[in-house]
Design a protein around this ligand. Structure first.
Ligand code: GCB
Length: 871
């Protein structure tokens, strides 16, 4: 079958990439990312560059689901006969999630698992002075034997990290130990006085003769000065692989590595033959540090207590899926460092290795883990894949000094906790299986990485205590969403104190927390599940205090650094989990600056949190609260050139109420060393005669403002009717993004202004706005909240039957007694949750106001928004 493809290849234009080797080079790693051919069906091909995924669009479109199936890649690589005496490997740094590789039509191997590297020795399949065809069949379908089985992120399919063609001499550092670098760095006697390094090297001799080699280890300081060196004469027997452990003498008065001063030494490993010709070489970061953990006193670095505060990270990026250029990804680590974070959990799988190198360099302590998430499968194959994945993970990421913690499971009882179908027996069986796998992974991790701290994260459920699984790792992480999925914000501390009391010997970390937040939503009255930035601030500010006040807590990692793709979600931006401190394109949300104000003490810093305020609509006597963030103690606040007050900062912020005038307002905040200014455009409507406006929008049924960039307008929150102003007479506010609806797609089609539509008034028959006489364009916004996505959206069959009868509503719409729409029936007219706008021009005469009536014929009318525009 494959030779068939080879034949076909000759007939299509593909871009060829030539690997030209120089014999002086002892090892040649060529990144072969450009000019691959990609197809979803093996008939139509397109040229793509890696990193690549086929789910960039369909994971974000209006159709539920995304393509999980096969993708085919191929590419030709030229090798000259000068390469003959060398060994050739093909290395894939990550392919999601199963890859089957062919070279010149022959099956080379298969790899399961989408987040770790793997390689194949392809030497015997290569043709010299010829083009060699590499083909990769990639599969991201659901597979019961490959973790993750289920999780709150999108499993984009494709070859999304670098592919390397490696040519090396016959004597080299092994590539066969789970695609590691073939050497492992360990430390001994690390203290302020001295520190030592030992290295275990796996050296291969693929020649048919024995060879005497020299291995030189050079330890260089950050400036490149040689600090210690050692050369070993090593005999490499023919056709063997051997392990050598080499100890470098101790360094006296070493410079220690820490987040404040991430001082790095470097270790160079050079393998030569007896004559000094280089055969292979490697490089590693060396960070002298020691860590410890205490169930009562928390985390210790270099003998001193340190509270770990940082974020979790997912690897995808707006518009790229998981196929993100590495330079763009590296910026994330800089953004986290600039925020002052000293801790990063790479969730829920190993990320690109370059990022761990960045953490070494910038000084961020790392938790890294494999994607065994939400549930396990009770098969030998699942166990084997998980254990192999952990072996790859540990061996490939072992040498980064920033890596402090190695994990292997996230919320592994989540599906079990929500399972109300299975029998008690089968649930018990699943618990036993899960515990067995956890135990196997823990034992494996401790054996392969005895100097790292093992970790696991669980969700709010007793099952982690009952089963004893929480006592396996050295630190247990709780993912806690008090004030979001569960109870209220202050319940965090109550829960943690209780856990600490019940399990005094267990070290705890808050491994996830945080609410969803959309930068277009703000409010004076933040509430659970409103996605306002204000609620995000409230929750994070309180959580931080609660953790800082508990010395037993080792640390906290916010969920999430950035918004990320999760296809089934119905947050205000559909298919995106919006719990990020920065947006999906990494633009900081306001909360990012608050973290900076509490974490980053390097330079004086002030931030006025007001980006979201542009277009704020207020009345004369309504001061608006604005948060000011700073790492300074005392600040002076000015509005439009006038000093308002001196304020004191606590927990990184203070709230100042501003009476804004109509038009541009300038806020200025100064401290002794630094100042910050922001100008805000405000629409101040004189409430009593409601006249100074051109455009006025109301977000019906909602307590929050919504900044609609498509309309260039900020919709105001709703209210009960007030004379001279606006509001509803009857009906109840209704929100589609409510807690209980989590997981149900609330994606409103035909619009990106989802928050305007997602909140509405239900049962409202009469609404009034006391606008002055004139001609107006009135737009009314509607959505039918009860329509569920139909299985086949094309199955409309032209019949009159509504898609779904449940919740169907029919009503007549009147504006000032003029019938605008008779028998309005959204369930009948629209196949799905469409954002519907009805626009009319009306004339208001003297002594008349705007009155909207929704007269029910069947069910309760709903309405989501009103936009009034002067003509
Ligand atoms: C969790 C999961 C994480 C989810 C997060 C959420 O506990 O570990 O994968 O994305 O909650 O946002 O619900």
């Amino acid at each position: 079958m494959k030779s068939n493809i080879l034949y076909k290849v000759k007939h299509i234009a593909i871009s060829l990439f030539c690997v030209v080797f120089s014999l002086e080079n002892f090892a040649q790693n060529t990144i072969i990312n450009s000019g691959w051919q990609f197809s979803e069906n093996e008939t139509q091909w397109e040229t793509v560059n890696l990193p690549h995924t086929w789910n960039i669009n369909d994971a974000f479109d209006d159709v539920p689901g995304y393509r999980r199936g096969l993708g085919y890649y191929k590419k030709k690589v030229y090798l000259s006969s000068e390469e003959k005496g060398r060994i050739h490997y093909l290395k894939f740094n990550a392919v999601n999630q199963e890859a089957t590789v062919f070279v010149n039509g022959k099956l080379i191997g298969n790899h399961k698992g989408g987040y770790t590297a793997f390689n194949f020795d392809v030497s015997e399949f290569i043709n010299y002075d010829a083009y060699n065809l590499i083909e990769v069949t990639v599969d991201n379908s659901h597979n019961e034997n490959i973790p993750p089985l289920d999780a709150d992120f999108t499993f984009y399919g494709g070859i999304y990290r670098d592919v390397e063609f490696i040519s090396i001499s016959k004597q080299h550092f092994s590539l066969d130990d789970f695609a590691s670098d073939g050497f492992y760095v360990n430390y001994y006697n690390v203290s302020e006085e001295k520190a030592g390094v030992t290295v275990t090297c796996i050296l291969n001799n693929r020649a048919t003769i024995n060879l005497k080699t020299k291995l030189r280890l050079d330890l260089l300081d950050a400036e490149g000065n040689l600090v210690k060196t050692r050369t070993e004469l090593l005999k490499l027997p023919a056709e063997t692989s051997n392990e050598f452990k080499i100890k470098l003498p101790e360094v006296y008065n070493p410079k220690l590595w820490s987040p404040e001063i991430p001082y790095l030494y470097h270790l160079q490993l050079v393998l030569t033959n007896e004559q000094g010709v280089v055969l292979d070489s490697k490089l590693a970061n060396i960070g002298f540090r020691w860590i410890g953990v205490d169930a009562e006193k928390g985390f210790f670095l270099n003998g001193k207590p340190i509270k770990l505060v940082g974020v979790n990270r997912h690897q995808d990026f707006n518009g790229f899926g998981n196929a993100v250029a590495i330079e763009l990804q590296k910026k994330d680590i800089e953004i986290i460092k600039n925020m002052g974070g000293n801790f990063l959990r790479f969730a829920h799988y190993p990320h690109a290795r370059e990022l761990y190198d960045m953490c070494d360099k910038l000084g961020i302590m790392v938790w890294t883990e494999i994607p065994v998430v939400n549930k396990v499968t009770d098969t030998e194959a699942f166990f084997t894949t998980s254990l192999d994945m952990q072996k790859e993970h540990i061996k490939q990421y072992y040498n980064y000094p920033s890596v402090a913690m190695i994990g292997y499971m996230n919320e592994i009882f989540l599906r079990l906790a929500f399972d109300n179908k299975s029998s008690e027996d089968s649930k018990q069986q699943l618990k036993t299986t899960t515990l067995k796998l956890a135990n196997d992974l823990e034992v494996l991790t401790r054996r392969l990485a005895p100097n790292h701290i093992t970790v696991m994260a669980g969700h709010l459920n007793e099952v982690y205590n009952e089963t004893g699984i929480a006592d396996l790792p050295k630190i247990f992480g709780w993912n806690l969403y008090f004030g979001w999925y569960d109870k209220d914000i202050p319940d965090l501390g109550v829960f943690l104190d209780n856990q600490h009391e019940r399990y005094p010997n267990r070290s705890l970390l808050l491994s996830e927390y945080g609410p969803g937040a959309d930068v277009r939503i703000f409010t004076r009255t933040p509430k659970k599940f409103d996605f306002s930035w204000d609620y995000q601030a409230k929750l994070h500010q309180s959580y931080y205090e609660q953790i800082m006040n508990r010395p037993f807590m080792t640390g906290m990692a916010a969920w999430n650094f950035a918004d990320f793709g999760s296809e089934f979600r119905g947050d205000p931006i559909p298919h995106v989990n919006q719990k990020g401190l920065v947006q999906y394109d990494r633009t900081p949300k306001e909360i990012y600056y608050w973290y900076k104000s509490v974490l980053d003490k390097k330079e004086p810093f002030i931030h006025i949190s007001s980006d979201y305020l542009s277009g704020l609509t207020v009345m004369d006597d309504q001061p608006y609260p604005v948060q000011i963030f700073s790492n300074q103690k005392r600040l002076s606040v000015f509005l439009n050139g006038q000093k308002l007050e001196d304020v004191t900062i606590e927990n990184g912020y203070t709230t100042v109420c501003f009476l804004f005038k109509n038009g541009i307002n300038l806020i200025k905040v100064v401290s002794a060393d630094v100042s910050h200014e922001k100008s805000i455009e405000v629409l101040n409507i004189n409430a009593l005669n409601f006249k100074d406006f051109d455009r006025f929008g109301i977000n019906l049924g909602s307590h929050f403002y919504f900044r609609d960039e498509t309309q260039k307008l900020t919709f105001v929150p709703d209210q009960v009717y007030q004379k001279g102003w606006f509001g509803y007479f009857d009906g109840k506010p209704f929100g589609m993004t409510k807690d209980k609806n989590q997981g149900i797609p609330n994606n409103i089609k035909n619009t990106t202004s989802d928050p305007l539509f997602q909140t509405m008034l239900e049962g409202c028959t009469s609404y009034k706005a006391d606008i002055p006489e004139g001609t107006y364009k009135i737009s009314l916004f509607f959505v039918e909240p009860n329509i569920k996505p139909v299985e086949n959206i094309y199955n409309l069959s032209g019949s009159d039957t509504p898609i779904q009868n449940k919740g169907q509503r029919v009503f007549d719409i009147y504006i000032n007694d003029v019938l605008i729409h008779k028998e309005f029936n959204m369930a009948k007219e629209y196949p799905e949750k469409y954002g519907i706008t009805l626009t009319s021009i009306i004339k208001i005469v003297e002594n008349e106001d705007l009155i909207i009536n929704l007269k029910p014929i069947e069910g309760n009318p709903v309405i989501s928004g009103i936009l009034i525009e002067k003509q």
